[in-house]
Design a protein around this ligand. Sequence first.
Ligand code: 6R9
Length: 674
Amino acid sequence: MRRRADRGAALADPRERARAAIREASVTTTDNTLFPVPADFAKSALINDDTYQKWYDRSITDPEGFWGEHAKRIDWIRPFTKVKDVSFTGDVHIKWFEDGTLNVAANCLDRHLDERGDQTAIIWEGDSPDESEHITYRDLHERVCRLANAMEGLGIKKGDRVTIYLPMIPEAAVAMLACARIGAIHSIVFGGFSPDSLAGRIQDCDSNVLITADEGLRGGRKVPLKVNADKALETSWSVKHVIVVKRTGGDIHMVSGRDYWYHDLVAKASPEHKPAEQNAEDPLFILYTSGSTGKPKGVLHTTGGYLVYAAMTHQYVFDYHEGDVYWCTADVGWVTGHSYIVYGPLANGATTLMFEGIPNYPDSSRFWQVVDKHKVNIFYTAPTAIRALMREGEGPVKKTSRQSLRLLGSVGEPINPEAWLWYHSVVGDGRCPIVDTWWQTETGGILISPLPGATALKPGSATKPFFGVKPMIVDAAGGELTGATEGNLCITDAWPGMMRTVYGDHERFVQTYFSTYRGYYFTGDGCRRDEDGYYWITGRVDDVINVSGHRMGTAEVESALVAHPKVAEAAVVGYPHDIKGQGIYAYVTLVNGVHPSEDLRKELVGWVRKEIGPIASPDLIQWAPGLPKTRSGKIMRRILRKIAANEYDALGDISTLADPTVVEDLVDNRMNRV
Ligand code: 6R9
């Protein structure tokens, strides 16, 4: 690799170097700023530059040999003899290690007991700084066995779908692992989703069990989980059993014969349980995620390949060493929580921190106080959190030590170079490499990321592919673009952690991911590759927007808006937002005779919150007497995106519109509002 612009090397103090880079970033492209692997980091790193290249080349030329070997990192009950059976065309199918058998919970718990039964598996840090708990591997194993027995006692069995709607409490991890232990398929629904969203997800997979809590606690505020669950269950008759964890002791209603207190069930259950023998391709979990069109899709992950990939990426991307304390701030309601709070770290015998709260409660020093309190070595968060904390200045960070930190990570959306540099220089004191990890719910694990002992960093670039990952950049027509270029990002061959299907709708899986560019997995992201072969993710190229690192389908917000009796039509786009990355911008056409007002605007925001959940609240609503449409009636979102971004000069060709004057009106209104 070419190392350019070694200007920084002249500055010995890494913090000074980072500051110089910040100054530079505001005037030049950050392509020119290279952060080499710090020498002391390289010394003890698991993967260095040479190993990366050697392993990567082998993973591409001999994928079967490579993955066959690395799959041995987990314990198989019956070893596999076949590594890979994949087709991205025709009868699309993806199978890894298909004749092997294993149990995920046994890999995350039982196999560690002899060696590290008394080591902390989960450090739980509560919403309030006064509450925390260390759970050893032995203790976690016992809790999981008890719940597994209790669930089997209720008649829950292999293949059943179990919906989990819990706050960030240890019982969330216990519930996931108990499902894995008995072969039930979990489907976690983020606690911020509304009763309707929960109901939709329960019904789509015909779930017969719901595990929830009386209330959640975030930033000192209560989240009415059981009340929401009760509402969702009014229309979701498949659910026969509800298991309720007591978190706050809030006053809730228990339906007799349907609802059970978690604590009563596990107290009565045996602490020993024999894990079920699962096939490598048996489903492990479903996780709903937003796409360009229609309802959220149930992304299905299976057992063997997923675990191999989650564990291996966790070890190498985070350069995880025995004894490290590792903290990923995600929620288990998102894929990051699945792969990098629970499955990857626990399969590796790590100590993983689970945080119930939010970054600015009780104050915006909380993350760093938790780092000091638990001596966190590896810290993994989202750019939106970094940007929000950056706004509070260096004070809240600098009053903490953070000496334990060795590595920082970022995930969820592109990290802008300013935020990257602040994270590096202020949070990491210029000492800690940052792994900017690009991946998706669908990919199961990280696909493009630096390996911190091998890759020189460029702020804002996810850098290089992980082992076995073959990225390809294509133009709109699907032609491969080589060298330094920009286009749409595809992956040309399978990796063990990728999704296998959309639950209950294989055709939608094929249509969504393999038909835009035939024979390739299409990510939905735009991407640039520079002269050094570094990848820079430029954001979604479809109608998915990324709000504070959360995926949102514009179609979902639109259908929530048009469900309001006063709304005739709505079009939703993303627009640049300082903290959230993208904000939600809604153009709303009211029913004839209804007059726009501030009250109505508030009512619509509240309506969307109620329909989908707070994460879908529109940031801006613009009244639109008409929407720009083609003569065939298709809304021209390209134009709406430009107007929302205040880019009026770049509206492009509007001559194909049925009524071009609509655009003038929208532009006038937008300009008058800002
Ligand atoms: C893991 C996760 C996936 C979408 C993805 C992309 C964006 C995630 C990123 C990133 C740039 C990164 N994304 N990580 N963009 N750099 N490091 O976030 O999964 O919720 O499914 O979102 O997020 O646009 O396509 P998910």
